[in-house]
Design a protein around this ligand. Structure first.
Ligand code: ATP
Length: 141
């Protein structure tokens, strides 16, 4: 039997409700690995990948920020946006990255720069999730 009940939600939709043996998340201060009997916690998430392992199967997701709560072997992710690797539109993410880079080159105000940087990090997180799913790297231990 799987160790963890995992729920990934955004304001728009429930992205996934499943079981996993382990979960790795992009916490603000580095990768956060969750196994069964993890201590309760709430942590902030940055743009990056979530990896779920169940047996031999690994699923990859891109998230763009939010929070994770761990309690009683339940992992609840409340993300600003989240997509399973298979549902990511690569061309759209490439274009978003190019747009953000062009904005960074052109922008002068700090607000513009912060927004363009955030957009670039979201796009890169999506592209990396697709790449990781393609190469199945790295697998969760
Ligand atoms: P874009 O400029 O392409 O809209 P974005 O980073 O500004 O990218 P978000 O505001 O983060 O987009 O997301 C808006 C919605 O679109 C969310 O539901 C998100 O899951 C979805 N989304 C964004 N980019 C992609 C993508 N490349 N593939 C699939 N869904 C995406």
């Amino acid at each position: 039997m799987a160790a963890l009940a995992v729920d990934i939600m955004t304001p728009e939709r429930r992205v996934l409700q499943t079981q996993a043996d382990s979960v790795v998340l992009p916490a603000a201060d580095g990768e956060l690995g969750i196994l069964s009997h993890h201590a309760p916690l709430v942590a902030q998430l940055h743009a990056g990948q979530i990896r779920l392992r169940l047996g031999d199967k690994v699923e990859y997701f891109a998230v763009s920020g939010g929070f994770v709560e761990v309690q009683n072997n339940r992992v609840t992710v409340m993300a600003e946006t989240a997509e399973m690797a298979q549902e990511i539109d690569v061309e759209r993410a490439r274009q978003a990255a190019e747009r953000a880079k062009a904005e960074l080159r052109a922008s002068s105000g700090t607000v513009d720069i912060a927004q363009a940087q955030a957009a670039l990090l979201r796009a890169l997180a999506r592209l990396r999730a697709v790449e990781a799913a393609r190469t199945r790297r790295p697998s969760i231990r």
